[in-house]
Design a protein around this ligand. Structure first.
Ligand code: FEO
Ligand code: CA
Ligand code: CA
Ligand code: CA
Length: 628
């Protein structure tokens, strides 16, 4: 701005004293978004604008809002809070026994290996409710352990004895557990024939293009066909044929090297595998976690694992065709022609968004055995003009074999010039139209440094903020409503931010205000009614950049109007992750992960002076009505 303004208007005064230089960039994003083909189809409020704030909607539009609850305030309570007219209670938590002969957890030592093997695991994440044979069955990932909580009885706060290490290992994996209602409340059915703990020791088979490749062969498995276990299962997916998909995320943090001078290969480096583990110490009890002894074991993690919840003796299958990376979730869509499409994020700074398209077609009662084995993998390329395309990870495009593409998928993505993203977390597909959303949680390296493969991370397009602290949710509309199409239109549904602290791009988009603000969207899922639920895993210090945002939370978003309302707030230092519904949709099951981590004080859910425990809560309406 040039020249002196003698008697400035409020806006001019504000512009002088609170310059919003970056707003110009944001407005440009908004303007280009609203003019794009496809976008207007999803706007219910005419041309009032992309990212219109709820507060700015005409009152009749607000009255027509689809939320059946009153927004709750941000808070830092040691509790799960929900709106008036709703209640929340614990269903199952870390250490709860799954069988009547399970040894009771000794909380003074955070349990033993023998206790943990027969109990609900730690740090529950993605979850699905299945209904079969008259049973309601929860299948849920047990992502990891907080070493300082699991080993709080040790001065080092780390696993020291072999039993400490094994206890931690057995707290990982997946739990299958039948639930039932007693006196109107959901709880565990001990001794159900479907109850099962899947751990890092469970026998599994490898399936798809990587099977038998030299990179998959280990000392224990010279054929490269059979492996043991799954760990760091973050989010999830499910198939129309009734199976569960557990996604392996930070699998690298469990490996270390007994040879400190070992040469780390480019493949290991890209996935963060190195000489030190993250404190789990699994190599202390199992040589396969020592890369000096078995360099290929780590090529057998980082996949999507398919589990049949109906048969506790079934062998889980690692689906290598879906690629190897730090899988967040696996959002499966049956395309209108019957092909299976799976959208997947790779949660690391500057990594990619992926799509798998099956060669075969799904039909009810037809064979499904190869639908997740034979298909094509793609990585997303976003243009700044609101268009994008899926680049196929083919041998021709990457110079890699099909097996190498499925093992070193990140390197294949770099080869086709995929767009480096702000940590792709969950993907959620709208239940009734071809519109797909991805949570990009945050990325302190955006515009500052490249990803681990050396790919640049320029500011722009779906990643519009340098050193992005707050995250955003981006959506795309496949051309012609066809999930297998090469091209798509995209726009930003919400830029999270803090309008109470910042008045530049960090304030967020216009559908974020001081009343509903949040940071670091992570879990996102649509319910059957088409409401998008957003769960956060962010800065819970409630000061500085997160002042006024309280503990991590779950919000509901109306993707037609852009309105977002806070529905639930968790206890201190927790993350909210994992969402499913009872078959009658009268209960919502929500995951509370790592309350009281990093020394934050929490005694949730037990109260008193109990150990904080991850767990699942049931949320119901006091009038017994349907949720979601
Ligand atoms: Fe386990 Fe990316 O969250
Ligand atoms: Ca997550
Ligand atoms: Ca996260
Ligand atoms: Ca987590």
């Amino acid at each position: 701005m040039s020249g002196k303004i003698e008697t400035p208007s409020f806006d001019e005064f504000d512009e002088i004293h609170n310059p919003r230089a970056e707003e110009t960039d944001f407005d440009r994003i908004v303007e280009s978004a609203v003019s794009r083909r496809g976008f207007l189809n999803v706007m219910a409020v005419g041309t009032a604008g992309f990212l219109t704030s709820a507060a700015g909607l005409p009152s009749q539009a607000r009255a027509a809002g689809r939320f059946g609850f009153k927004q709750i305030a941000a808070n830092s309570l040691d509790a799960v809070t929900v709106p008036p007219g709703f209640s929340a209670y614990s269903v199952v938590s870390w250490g709860d026994p799954l069988w009547s002969d399970s040894p009771v957890f000794d909380w003074s030592v955070r349990g033993t290996a023998a206790q943990q093997e027969r109990a609900f695991g730690d740090n529950n994440d993605g979850q699905t409710i299945f209904s079969f044979d008259g049973r309601t069955v929860l299948v849920i990932n047990q992502e990891y352990t907080n070493r300082d909580i699991a080993n709080a009885h040790r001065e080092s706060k780390l696993a020291e004895t072999d039993d400490d290490v094994l206890k931690g290992m057995l707290a990982h994996g997946v739990t299958v557990v039948e639930l039932t209602q007693t006196g109107g409340k959901w709880g565990v059915v001990k001794d159900s024939p479907v109850n099962r703990r899947i751990t890092p020791k469970t026998a599994m088979v490898l399936e798809g293009p990587a099977v038998g490749h030299d990179l998959m062969k280990t000392i224990a498995d010279p054929q490269g066909k059979n492996c043991f276990g799954t760990w760091n299962n973050c989010a999830n997916g499910s198939t129309p044929w009734g199976t569960y998909l557990a996604c392996e995320e930070n699998f690298n943090g469990y490996y270390r090297s007994s040879d400190p001078d070992i040469a780390i290969t480019p493949g290991q480096k890209r996935y963060g595998i190195g000489v030190k583990d993250w404190g789990y110490a699994w190599a202390q009890i199992d040589d396969r976690f020592d890369i000096a002894k078995d360099p290929n074991e780590s090529n057998r993690n980082g996949y999507v694992v398919e589990i049949d919840p109906t048969d506790a003796k079934s062998t889980p299958k690692k689906r290598t065709a879906l690629g190897r990376f730090k899988h967040e979730n696996a959002e499966l869509v049956v395309n209108r022609d019957g092909r299976i499409v799976v959208y997947m994020g790779d949660d690391e700074r500057g990594e990619f968004l992926y799509r798998y398209v099956s060669d075969g077609f799904y039909s009810v009662g037809g064979s499904t055995s190869d639908l997740l084995n034979m298909g094509k993998l793609y990585a997303a390329k976003f243009s700044n003009d609101g268009r994008g395309e899926w680049a196929e990870l083919s041998p021709e495009a990457t110079g890699m074999s099909a097996a190498e593409i499925s093992i070193h998928t990140r390197i294949a993505g770099s080869a086709v010039g995929a767009t480096t993203m702000d940590r792709p977390e969950w993907v959620a597909a709208h239940p009734t139209k071809a519109e797909v959303y991805v949570a990009l949680t945050n990325n302190k390296n955006r515009g500052i440094k490249p990803n681990k493969g050396g790919d640049e991370t320029p500011v722009g397009g779906p990643n519009p903020r340098k050193a992005n602290k707050y995250g955003q949710v981006v959506r795309w509309m496949p051309d012609g409503g066809d999930h297998t199409a090469k091209g798509f239109d995209w726009n930003i549904f919400v830029l999270a931010g803090n309008p109470a602290v910042h008045n530049d791009l960090r304030a967020g988009s216009k559908n974020v205000n001081a009343g509903n603000m949040f940071n670091s969207p992570d879990g996102i899922s649509f319910d059957d009614a088409g409401i998008l639920w957003i769960q956060t895993d962010g800065d819970y210090k409630n000061k500085g950049d997160s002042a006024g945002q309280g503990n991590n939370q779950m919000l509901a978003a109306d993707t037609e109007t852009g309105e977002i309302r806070r529905f639930l707030v968790g206890p201190p230092a927790c993350e909210i992750t994992g969402l499913s519904f009872s078959p009658d949709r009268k209960t919502m099951f929500v995951g509370i992960q790592h309350p009281g981590e990093k020394g934050f004080k929490s005694h949730w859910p037990g109260g008193g002076d109990t150990v904080p425990r991850s767990g699942v809560v049931a949320v119901t309406r006091d009038d017994g009505g349907v949720i979601g």
